[in-house]
Design a protein around this ligand. Structure first.
Ligand code: NAD
Ligand code: UDP
Ligand code: UDP
Length: 322
């Protein structure tokens, strides 16, 4: 569809009822766009977009992207995919199908519409990295047959498809490699470390620290991440990515546990549990490319972003579950 530059766009967000997708939709509606949310509610929930159901520029479609989709739009953000290990390992074949068949369908849609398409890829494409911090030109260290492979290899194949559609069909693509992101609307039972620790601390249950707790992650607050995704989508055509989006400040899981305990004022104990298979020892993005090409860097430090996140869990999940 041809529209005037800078006019309102109709934007598809797949996975829009999920954690990141619902925040992205809020931001796109604030920017005066129309949004079509596509979701099969596998891990997402209507609750995340409930506040938008009567919004005149919002539309919700229940659809599984592993099947073709024929609708009209000006831009596509492809976020549909279970993201946490517990969720993506629940039905690993469906996880790969969502990444691979889903990418083919969304790329086919973008090709017919001649529109831009952005892929939510992941730091998991680096696997258990042997270089630190990870730059975009690092090819990764991924086990092709392990429990995380359905996700890691699915996302790697999706990146391949994006670049082949770009080379073969001149499609305008944007590939974001997202590093651990946290904030309100994370699912309380998705097993991710930030949600686990907060829920455990608020309930006064033991904090489950896997391995020796010295493995590191870097956590990006959701508002910063969404800002990066939109900047990438709006960047010049030659900025295809892959481009790392994440917060480079690194914490050990033990430090995170202690921070959550002090912020919640909880007296929970810390218990050690075995490290899951293929759990990366360290992960931290090199974000120089995003700084240079998108003028983006995260602004919200962990100790600040944890406050609204803890408030969200306290008011949405702790009160109601008791
Ligand atoms: P999420 O599970 O909250 O959201 C994913 C959404 O996709 C859910 O609403 C789910 O119902 C939907 N979905 C799953 N399979 C689908 C299918 N076949 N068809 C239609 N909808 C489907 O996860 P999230 O954290 O919001 O992640 C969003 C995207 O960002 C994912 O692609 C994920 O891989 C990527 N990502 C997230 C993080 C993070 O830290 N949150 C890190 C790296 C990459
Ligand atoms: N597709 C879709 N919506 C569209 C156009 C295509 O879902 O508007 C799907 C279609 O099912 C196809 C896939 O995208 O299988 C890839 O499309 P492409 O045009 O690249 O391949 P082809 O149709 O030639 O197989
Ligand atoms: N982790 C932990 N306790 C938990 C959940 C996770 O110690 O209750 C650890 C996990 O082993 C990993 C890190 O926290 O080293 C991040 O795990 P998460 O599943 O959040 O993300 P990912 O491994 O995909 O980065």
């Amino acid at each position: 569809m041809s529209r005037l530059y800078n006019s309102r766009k109709r934007i598809i967000v797949t996975g829009g009822a999920g954690f990141l997708g619902s925040h992205l939709i809020d931001r796109l509606l604030d920017k005066d766009h129309e949004v079509i949310c596509i979701d099969n509610f596998f891990t997402g929930t209507k609750k995340n977009v409930e506040h938008l159901l009567t919004h005149p520029r919002f539309e919700l479609i229940r659809h599984d992207i592993t099947f073709p989709l024929y609708i009209e739009a000006d831009e596509i953000y492809n976020l549909a995919c279970p993201a946490s290990p517990i969720h993506y390992q629940h039905d690993p074949v469906q996880t790969t199908k969502t990444s691979v068949h889903g990418a083919i369908n969304m790329l086919g849609l973008a090709k017919r519409l001649k529109c831009r398409i952005l892929q939510a890829s992941t730091s998991e494409v680096y696997g258990d990295p042997s270089i630190h911090p990870q730059t975009e030109d690092y090819w990764g260290n991924v086990n092709p047959i392990g429990r995380r492979s359905c996700y890691d290899e699915g996302k790697r194949c999706a990146e391949t498809l994006f670049f082949d559609y770009h080379r073969q069909h001149s499609l305008e693509i944007k590939v974001a490699r997202i590093f651990n992101t946290y904030g309100p609307r994370m699912h309380p039972a998705d097993g991710r470390v930030v949600s686990n620790f907060i829920v455990q601390a608020l309930k006064g249950e033991p904090i489950t620290l896997y391995g020796d707790g010295n493995q590191t992650r870097s956590f990006c607050y959701v508002d910063d991440l969404i800002d990066g995704l939109i900047r990438l989508m709006e960047s010049p055509a030659d900025v295809t990515g892959p481009i790392n989006l994440g917060n480079p400040i690194e914490f050990t899981m033990r430090e995170l546990a202690e921070l959550v305990l002090s912020k919640t004022g909880s007296s929970s104990s810390i218990v050690m549990q075995p490290l899951p298979q293929d759990d990366p020892r360290q992960r931290k993005p090199d974000i120089r490319l995003a700084q240079e090409r998108l003028a983006w860097s995260p602004k919200i430090p962990l100790h600040e972003g944890l406050n609204p996140t803890i408030d969200y869990f306290r008011s949405n999940w702790i009160k109601t579950s008791h």
